[in-house]
Write a protein that binds this ligand. Structure first.
Ligand code: GLA
Ligand code: GLA
Length: 633
């Protein structure tokens, strides 16, 4: 647990990139800005272990002492995020291999394979030294293991990875026969007779793709094998420090999918995450809100902290727009309102060299007499004046939305009914419709029990493509025992092995519980929009479907499935379940959710361009059009 005495404010600090004269100014400026926490040493491996087994902690000792004296706490990083050149030069087998069999080299960062025994050994030795040395340092308040695991090389197709993958498969299947059955390897002569015949799902001959079950298992394996690295470092730190919480920073971003953060969140003492705006999106504050709510969902009652975001522009998007005056304050408070224990940044001082030199920071190239430094200092003061916020979790929402990284993994595969489906876009449209209506959302994993789902007045399932029999039973039980449910199209199509459920798409949940019989998919053409009988507009997707006990809400008009069911509902006891068999445009999605919320008596607060969030006794109101933030108690 983090101490909930105040909100954290600060960022990544890289003193190794600066001469010592600058360090003094750093401390002084940190105090001026109200910084109370810095993440130290994230990329410092090469500066600490200068040659194999030879460590130099002198500079780290010195800056830690200065920070402590200056009243600034340290989020102590383990420095394993980017192996030094001597390491990969001496042990090239550490390097990851990509989908096409190309070995990736030193010179960027994260050039290591999660399966590499050498990497593990060397990282463990470094962490041992660091933990031993700094466990009792008075500046240390938390530990920051590695950095953004799985950001740059989440999938390693090397021989060492293949060996680990086979071990993983052996642990998850009782026999090779079970694996064959699960993957359906009687297709295209894919059957395996020996574990050792199984390849990693690299590039296959043109026009073909690896087996779907193999692909999704490799993604599961890749998240798990990377998580092993975190656990290894965490357990070393724990030997020396029994007090301070240990975390690793996730990436809560719209198109980030490689690590299953619901699983990872169970292993950290508190969840920390990084978020960067999609800078081309003028409504990116809604994506920010979604990602913050999602992070609260991983944390599931644990504390969470925004470990990184940007004070202004980033440097890695095609066009990197600077933040407008006041935007950063709105962004930060939107995170804090949603439960973050503070507001942290990449990075303290803008780099002079290296590929991130055009990335914003708290102290810009132009120095302290700048808009950015003044604005972040105002934010620092504001956070400092509200220390008690840290004591309260954000209030629970009335609506839950199901989210699951494995759905991403299933839906990003090739050979689908249309390549125009996008899990992240569909989820974002549903979220945005609710946000603009002033309806707040919590995110839940499909492993939620019927009782957990029952804490909500409405549960939404956007494109939950795979559901195990056990998961389907929980949603069914929820819907049949007073729960209101909306099931979106292309949901419950397959079980967790990606085998299609037969006898009507959507399985029993759609066919029998809600009562819609879905026969065939009719993807729409790009740019094609279809008007439904109730006036809603749909795109991307239509279906040949008929009522099987449900009541019609809307049917298709003037398209290949004229008259077929698009939206239907069924009263089940005191509750209602809906089936939405198509992708609605944002406007229509809003109308649909507005009607549902009205019928269930779910009240909204804010909306249009204003968000209202309650965190214990605090009420945050953020107006993104008028550029205003208010916190009242
Ligand atoms: C080709 C192949 C078949 C099948 C179809 C699918 O014709 O010969 O095995 O893959 O394509 O359209
Ligand atoms: C990530 C990394 C940081 C930095 C930022 C830039 O979040 O963790 O080291 O590269 O991106 O936006």
């Amino acid at each position: 647990m983090l101490k909930a005495e105040h909100l954290h404010f600060g960022g990544d600090y890289n003193p190794e990139q600066w001469p010592k004269e600058v360090w003094k100014e750093d401390i002084w400026l940190m105090q001026k800005a109200g910084v109370n926490l810095v993440s130290l040493g994230i990329f410092s491996w090469a500066n600490i272990e200068r040659e194999e087994g030879k460590y130099d902690f002198s500079w780290l000792d010195e800056i830690m002492g200065m920070l402590h004296e200056g009243g600034i706490s340290v989020d102590m990083a383990t420095a394993t995020a980017s192996p030094p050149a001597w390491l990969t030069h001496k042990y090239p087998e550490v390097l990851p291999v990509n989908f096409d069999g190309v070995t990736l080299v030193h010179g960027g960062r994260q050039a290591y394979s999660a399966s590499s025994e050498v990497y593990r050994k060397k990282a463990a030795a470094l962490v041992e030294k660091l933990a031993e040395r700094y466990a009792n340092h008075p500046a240390v308040v938390m530990w920051h293991v590695n950095n953004e695991y799985g950001c740059h090389a989440p999938y390693d197709y090397s021989e060492q990875s293949r060996k680990k993958f086979i071990e993983w498969l052996k642990a998850h299947y009782s026999s090779i026969e079970e694996l064959n059955a699960s993957w359906g390897t009687d297709f295209w002569s894919q059957r395996y007779y020996d574990w050792n015949e199984i390849p990693v799902p690299k590039r296959t001959p043109d026009g073909t793709h690896p087996n779907p079950g193999q692909q999704i298992d490799f993604k599961r394996f890749s998240s798990d094998v990377t998580l092993e690295l975190f656990k290894m470092e965490r357990d070393i730190i724990r030997k020396y420090d029994k007090v301070h919480p240990i975390t690793t920073n996730f990436m809560s971003m719209k198109f980030t999918y490689a690590m299953d953060y619901f699983a990872w969140a169970k292993e950290v003492d508190f969840v920390s995450t990084d978020h960067y705006l999609a800078q081309h999106d003028v409504l990116n504050h809604i994506d920010l809100a979604q990602q913050a709510d999602l992070t609260r969902g991983f944390a599931k009652g644990k504390q969470w902290l925004l470990m990184e975001h940007s004070s202004s522009a980033v440097n890695w998007q095609p066009r990197n727009y600077a933040k407008t005056p006041g935007q950063e304050l709105r962004n930060s408070m939107s995170f804090v309102a949603r439960g973050s224990q503070g507001s942290m940044y990449f990075q303290w001082r803008q780099g002079q060299a290296g590929s991130e030199r055009f990335h914003s920071a708290l102290v810009p190239h132009a120095g302290e007499d700048t808009r950015v430094f003044r604005e972040v200092s105002e934010l620092g003061a504001l956070l400092k004046s509200h220390p008690e916020i840290a004591k309260y979790p954000t209030d629970q929402a009335k609506i839950a939305m199901v989210y699951d990284y494995e759905q991403f993994w299933a839906l990003m595969q090739a050979n689908m009914p249309t390549e125009d489906l996008s899990y992240s876009e569909t989820v974002a449209t549903w979220y945005r419709a609710l946000w603009e209506l002033g309806l707040r959302v919590d995110f839940v994993h499909p492993d939620a029990t019927a009782a957990e789902l029952g804490e909500y007045e409405l549960v939404l399932m956007p494109m939950v493509h795979m559901l195990s029999e056990a998961q389907e039973a929980q949603f069914t039980s929820y819907a049949q025992n007073g729960g209101n449910l909306v099931v979106g199209y292309f949901s419950n199509i397959a079980d967790r092995t990606l085998r299609v459920k037969l006898g009507g798409y959507g399985g029993k949940l759609v066919k029998d519980v809600i009562g819609v019989y879905v026969e065939e998919f009719y993807p729409l053409r790009p740019e094609q929009e279809v008007k439904l009988s109730n006036g809603y507009t749909t795109k991307l997707w239509s279906e040949l479907a008929r009522l099987n006990g449900a009541e019609l809400v809307a049917s298709y008009r003037n398209c290949d499935v004229d008259g077929s069911v698009a939206i239907a509902k069924r009263k089940i006891g005191s509750a209602t379940s809906w089936y939405q068999g198509t992708e609605l445009t944002l406007d229509s999605q809003k109308k649909f959710f507005a009607e549902i919320a009205k019928s269930l008596g779910i009240k909204s607060e804010g909306g249009d361009h204003t968000e209202v969030i309650h965190r214990g006794p605090y009420r945050f109101e953020i107006d993104h059009q008028k550029n205003k933030v208010s916190i009242t108690k």
